[in-house]
Design a protein around this ligand. Structure first.
Ligand code: ZN
Length: 146
């Protein structure tokens, strides 16, 4: 998709390119088991050059569908990445175009928590789980309410 292309030549006179895009989630192709990206991904930020680098300052918002770590129901987790800064050595950029897709994809992946709970941390199964944990540990005073 062209809107995620950074044209290096356009930045050569100390220009700053401003990004404000909403990209269809399918474009990033994040699908793993029961995990997928939903709706649109919002990307805001800027791109500019230093002597030897392309610098990207980005903020990314996305919605991820994934199963709750407790009850296993799929729910939507909003993800927002503020002030994500990425630098690329200019000599690593083939041609005059740098595409942001992979960087954004990686940034979203890194933000996906290994433990995720539905209903903003109030999973309805949480209580059952803690009962289960208590009985499993077989604490002598587990019936006492403190
Ligand atoms: Zn849950």
């Amino acid at each position: 998709m062209d809107s995620l292309n950074i044209y290096i030549d356009r930045l050569k006179n100390d220009e700053v390119e401003t990004l404000d895009e909403r990209i269809d989630a399918n474009f990033f192709d994040i699908r793993e088991k029961e995990l997928n990206l939903e709706g649109q991904v919002g990307i805001k930020g800027s791109a500019y050059l230093t002597k030897e680098h392309l610098v990207l300052d980005l903020a990314i918002v996305a919605d991820i569908n994934l199963p709750c770590s407790i009850c296993n129901q799929v729910f939507t987790l909003p993800i927002s990445i503020n002030a994500f800064t990425h630098t690329v050595a200019l000599e690593e950029i083939q041609g005059a175009i740098y595409n942001l897709r992979d960087e954004i994809r990686n940034a979203i992946f890194l933000k996906i928590p290994s433990f995720s709970e539905c209903r903003k941390g109030k999973c309805p199964s949480r209580e059952e789980l803690s009962k289960f944990l208590k009985s499993k540990n077989n604490l002598p005073f587990s019936d006492l309410t403190l």
